[in-house]
Design a protein around this ligand. Structure first.
Ligand code: ATP
Ligand code: MG
Length: 439
């Protein structure tokens, strides 16, 4: 089939804007073709766009041969433009259809497609991710990304309303920040550089300039993990606040989480339906469980974690069952937290760091940070890092960096919880993991 030109033709209505009150009027709709059906006297197909869908119905007796042949040549998912008259029709979905006078085939999809975006034939996640451009047309995918969009929108609005300035910091960096997580090296002219693991150091410095900052950006982690909650590229909502300590930013985080959950529940009710997800808005204040309490609770439940070790996944899951909902784990041992973490004054073995958990899944980490150069240098050395590599960072400490605190909240993990997805790959458009670099 020879393809038609779009030319000057423009859409007059989205599919769901075509309502029976427009009966008799001419409209132009554009979108993707569903199955073409032939019921003897009529041929029809469903045309879908971002708003929903509309039925296009051609009675054979009233429509020219050329147009009928065009309909016959249509394949599922092809991009078309339809000019036609709006007709009220009881038998059509939403009681309205378009009776075409012109159909332009703008791009004919090749059949067979690698997967069925209508989901009648189930495909596994790998197949779906290989054909992601088609997979993202499924109503469940669309619902997930509308919810993700809403979550980000609400988080941004909330932070801006609290006086935060949105910033963008470099993603090509010279040093590590999260000592546990591995770095991706890149060649930077004659030197080696890395992809940034987190905006940590920059946002800390910026508290001395702008007071309250946030950034939504990628973090790169070269860990070889292959889990349902880790990717090698993730999006983090990072905040940092001057003249604040852990408890201050925990309150901000609690508020932000409750705002996001409430907004998604209210504004995305239509999207939650195809996902079969009942969203429960966590209640403030979230429980604060100390690391020591967590270890004791776990031990009573038969899960042993030696003091000073990170909670392995099964322990995190168990704790999620024991505490439920959203909760903070606080007072982590210093050895488990990054070099910029402030030790507790009354017990320097413990830190002013916290994790926000939701049903056993870590959503965010944060805490009070060090603002004194001497202490930071001491801790860099303790973690086996060379303070000289951090010289430009330390400069800002000498320039009177205020006490500060902040957190990094994983947007992908947050979206998992909001949509009920059990694999992080479901909520990321084009995920990057150990095996996947394309699409
Ligand atoms: P985890 O213990 O789950 O591996 P982490 O403690 O290494 O995470 P942080 O350095 O605390 O992660 O990063 C802050 C937040 O960023 C995490 O709480 C999480 O929501 C998100 N995040 C970190 N690493 C990843 C990753 N590899 N994939 C997806 N999200 C991540
Ligand atoms: Mg963490």
């Amino acid at each position: 089939m020879k393809l038609d030109e779009l030319g000057n033709l423009r859409r007059t209505h989205l599919s769901t804007e075509v309502a029976s009150k427009l009966a008799g009027k001419e409209v132009v709709v554009m979108g993707r073709v569903g199955d073409v059906r032939d019921l003897g006297g009529i041929k029809f197909f469903i045309l879908s766009d971002i708003s929903g869908s509309i039925q296009v119905t051609a009675p054979k007796a009233k429509v020219g041969k050329k147009l009928l042949a065009k309909i016959d040549g249509l394949t599922q998912e092809s991009a078309v433009a339809v000019r036609g008259k709006v007709v009220a029709a009881k038998q059509a979905p939403r009681g309205v259809e378009v009776f075409p006078s012109e159909i332009r085939v703008l791009n004919l999809a090749s059949v067979p497609l690698p997967l069925d975006p209508r989901g009648r034939v189930k495909a596994n996640l790998d197949t779906r991710l290989d054909a992601r451009a088609l997979d993202l047309r499924r109503s469940e995918s669309l619902a997930i990304f509308k919810i993700r969009h809403q979550a980000l929108q609400t988080a941004r609005n909330y932070l801006v309303s609290k006086g935060f300035i949105e910033v963008n910091t470099p993603k090509i960096v010279a040093t590590a920040t999260e000592s546990g997580a591995a770095l991706f090296p890149i060649s930077y002219f004659e030197r080696e550089a890395f992809l940034s693991q987190s905006p940590q150091l920059y946002k800390e410095v910026l508290t001395g300039c702008f007071g309250r900052v946030f950034e939504v950006g990628p973090i790169f982690r070269a860990e070889e993990h292959d889990t349902p909650r880790h990717l090698n590229e993730a999006i983090s909502i990072d905040i940092e606040v001057a003249y604040a300590a852990a408890e201050d930013v925990m309150k901000i985080l609690e508020d932000l989480i409750v705002e996001v959950f409430s907004d998604v529940k209210r504004k995305c009710a239509e999207e939650l339906k195809p996902l079969n997800h009942k969203l429960e808005v966590p209640k403030k204040p979230f429980r604060r469980v100390t690391y020591d309490e967590a270890i004791k609770k776990l031990e009573r439940a038969g899960v042993k974690v030696p003091w000073g070790e990170d909670l392995p996944t099964p322990a995190e899951k168990k704790l999620g069952e024991l505490v439920d909902g959203a909760y903070f784990v606080v007072d982590w041992p210093m050895i488990l937290k990054p070099f910029y973490t402030m030790p507790k004054k009354d017990n320097p073995k413990l830190s002013g760091a916290f994790d926000l958990m939701h049903k056993g899944l870590e959503l965010a980490s944060g805490g009070t940070r060090i603002h004194q150069e001497e202490l930071l240098v001491k801790q860099l050395k303790q973690k086996g890092l060379n303070p000289q590599s951090f010289e430009s960072h330390l400069q800002s400490f000498r320039a009177g960096l205020p006490p500060h605190a902040g957190f990094g909240l994983g947007l992908d993990r947050l979206t998992m919880v909001l949509t009920g997805a059990d694999n992080i790959r479901e909520v990321v458009l084009f995920p990057r993991d150990r095996r996947r670099l394309a699409p």
